[in-house]
Design a protein around this ligand. Structure first.
Ligand code: GRF
Length: 216
């Protein structure tokens, strides 16, 4: 089996990166992380990459005059490493349209809400403010508009009456750690593809029982 070569973009803690690292230890996993890039020199995720023996580099956005130059450096570095698929995992910079076009349908992001609801930052606090009963997380292909693009996979998480943004974030994060490896497997193996701005090819996957919140 040839594994797709993956580059992971991070800015911080890197717990989703860790989930992807653990997934690729499976012998039949169709993707292999060949490079981790952080725009933040102190990102905790860099140590996770090093511990796993994965090349990790810092491309500090502060050293670039503008977003276009920064994204051009990212693009070059990814291509030099022979990356085929890019995974944003807590990467906190918006991309230029040119970068997004350069990795069109080869670039994933994970977001901690059921998109298209609650794009942007502070999702869990906003979910609680709105009194939403079910939230979750989404892995999607990246498009120029923030947190939008064809959806590969989602996980639903029930909101509990006494949740705080932190307690909810922790439960959604557990779901993220299962969802991202699953979604990357679907994309890297070629099981799914983008057609007319929707992800298709999952017809073999059966229905799941609904989640009720509050429970029935
Ligand atoms: C995750 O909640 C992810 O959905 C969001 O940023 C957070 C990153 O966490 N985009 P980590 O760095 O993967 O631990």
């Amino acid at each position: 089996m040839t594994r797709r070569r993956v580059g992971v973009l991070i800015s911080g803690r890197g717990s989703n990166l860790q989930a992807l690292i653990e997934a690729q230890m499976g012998r039949d996993y169709p993707a292999e992380i060949v490079l981790v890039l952080s725009n933040v020199p102190e990102a905790q995720g860099l140590a996770r990459a090093e511990a796993a023996g994965i090349p990790a580099l810092v491309v500090d956005h502060k050293r670039f005059a503008n977003r276009a130059d920064f994204d051009a450096a990212l693009d070059r570095t990814l291509k030099q490493a022979g990356v085929e698929l890019v995974c944003n995992a807590g990467f906190m910079r918006l991309h230029t349209e040119s970068f997004v076009r350069s990795w069109w349908n080869r670039h994933l992001n994970i977001h901690p809400s059921l998109l298209p609801a609650f794009k942007g930052l502070h999702t869990h606090a906003r979910v609680l403010d709105e009194g939403v009963r079910i939230t979750g997380c989404t892995v999607h292909f990246v498009r120029p508009e923030m947190d939008s693009g064809p959806i590969v996979a989602q996980a639903a998480v029930a909101v509990l009456p006494d949740d705080t943004p932190e307690s909810l974030a922790a439960r959604v994060l557990e779901a993220e750690h299962r969802l991202y490896p699953h979604a990357l497997r679907l994309v890297a193996s070629g099981a799914v593809r983008v057609e007319g701005e929707r992800v298709v090819g999952m017809s073999q996957i059966g229905a799941q029982p609904p989640i009720f919140s509050p429970p029935i």
